[in-house]
Ligand binder design. Structure first.
Ligand SMILES: [Zn+2]
Ligand SMILES: [Zn+2]
Length: 400
């Protein structure tokens, strides 16, 4: 990604374009991820903090630096990493994991966007791993976002595979990718309550609708529950529910192989977008921090994320992301103390970003606003700030 104001911890990077920051969906052109882990990484590189991310996907990392798609790789015996490109997106690709099943057959973790290019990459990648889409028996989807879920339906059509998703994401499918009228209405209200000016509302509210074309609507066949063992021949895999980035985000953990397939929950370089919006739980940042703690101490030799590259030393990465959010909370407290009565939108405008605000696309602006609000909600719950006024909500420091 690019163009960030390095070395200044208070400047949040904006995902430049690309994919996911939440909303009615992700869309090509903005990363979902928050920014700040990147500025943290930049600071580390320049001096003070010892580096915490131990890169194990060194070929992937080199490919990232060379701006090329990484190769299909065998991560472990019977476990393959297949990069599936995301067009026009700074995250560049989703890492789909292919798990060979005893006696033949394949299970996928995530699937990619529903585009012909993604389909071609997935099918070619599986062939390189010695399989075929027709071998796929299961698609385990970490969360509802199009770069993970979008292609699952097409895989099922081709192979008869079952699709698994957490119920808290499954329940949103129809409103997000089917009839979106109600969601759009909710988005207008939500943005208005946050103080987004009327002339900006349509652009921000409609910003994610293009994403619908990147998804084949497909109801899941299996609903994953927290800590549920998944029935895959030769694999001892269980679901770990990690709400935050999306309400039904799950990771998959193998204790015998000491692997965590982390989806978007934990990435090595950037942090996922954590936003309050119409399809979120009320306190997504609080959920997210709990979900970080939930996986921190799993006995893990390697983390297999859905983007970027594989890494080790999970606890240090968790601590780094946690510290980032603590820092961001303090920055927002500072803005509210200096400008009492600000709306979430006004607070967002007063935070430091890596690019001038008017150069940030509407979808990204919406993501930034949602992320600010997620921090404000947590500060309210901590009793540090309070809100007044119905719509738009105004934020003040708590009296005590
Ligand atoms: Zn996502
Ligand atoms: Zn993703």
């Amino acid at each position: 990604m690019r163009g960030r104001v390095a070395s200044q911890s208070r400047h949040h990077d904006l995902p430049v374009q690309g994919f996911r920051r939440h909303g009615a969906g992700e869309r090509p052109g903005r990363p979902v991820t928050c920014v700040a882990a990147r500025s943290t990484a930049r600071r580390r590189a320049t001096c003070t903090v010892p580096g915490v991310v131990v890169v194990t996907g060194t070929v992937q990392k080199q490919s990232w630096e060379d701006k090329v798609l990484p190769p299909v790789e065998q991560v472990r015996p019977g476990l393959w990493s297949v990069p599936v490109p995301i067009p026009d997106n700074p995250l560049r690709y989703v890492l789909v994991y292919a798990l060979e099943l005893d006696g033949g057959g394949i299970a996928l973790v995530d699937a990619g966007w529903d585009t012909d290019e993604a389909w071609a990459s997935l099918t070619a990648g599986l062939a390189e791993a010695g399989g075929s889409v027709s071998d796929v028996e299961a698609v385990l989807v970490t969360h509802i976002h199009p770069d993970h879920y979008g292609l699952a339906g097409r895989v099922r059509e081709a192979s008869g595979a079952w699709i698994g998703l957490h119920p808290d994401d499954a329940v949103m499918l129809e409103s997000r990718y089917g009839d979106t009228d109600a969601l759009l209405g909710a988005m207008f209200h939500f943005l208005s309550d946050a103080g987004v000016p009327g002339d900006k509302l349509p652009d921000l509210a409609l910003a994610s609708m293009v994403l619908k074309s990147m998804v084949t609507m497909a109801e899941p066949d299996v609903l994953f529950e927290d800590q549920e063992a998944i029935d895959l021949r030769g694999w001892n895999l269980r679901t770990i529910w990690t709400p935050g980035h999306s309400p039904g985000h799950v990771c998959f953990y193998s204790d015998d192989r000491r692997l965590l397939l982390s989806g978007d929950h934990i990435l090595p370089r950037i942090t996922p977008n954590i936003s309050v919006h119409a399809q979120q739980f009320p306190n997504p940042l609080g959920d997210y921090l709990e979900s970080l703690a939930k996986v921190r101490d799993l006995d893990t030799a390697e983390v297999l994320p859905a983007h970027e590259y594989r890494f080790a030393d999970l606890p240090s990465r968790v601590d780094e992301i946690t510290a980032h959010h603590a820092e961001r909370l303090e920055e927002i407290v500072g803005v509210i103390a200096a400008h009492p009565g600000s709306t979430a939108w006004e607070i967002t405008l007063r935070l430091h970003w890596s690019r001038p605000w008017d150069q940030i696309e509407p979808f990204m602006q919406r993501q930034a606003n949602g992320e600010t609000l997620a921090h404000c909600v947590l500060l309210e719950l901590h009793g540090r700030v309070r809100r007044d006024g119905a719509s738009p909500a105004l934020f003040f420091m708590s009296e005590h």
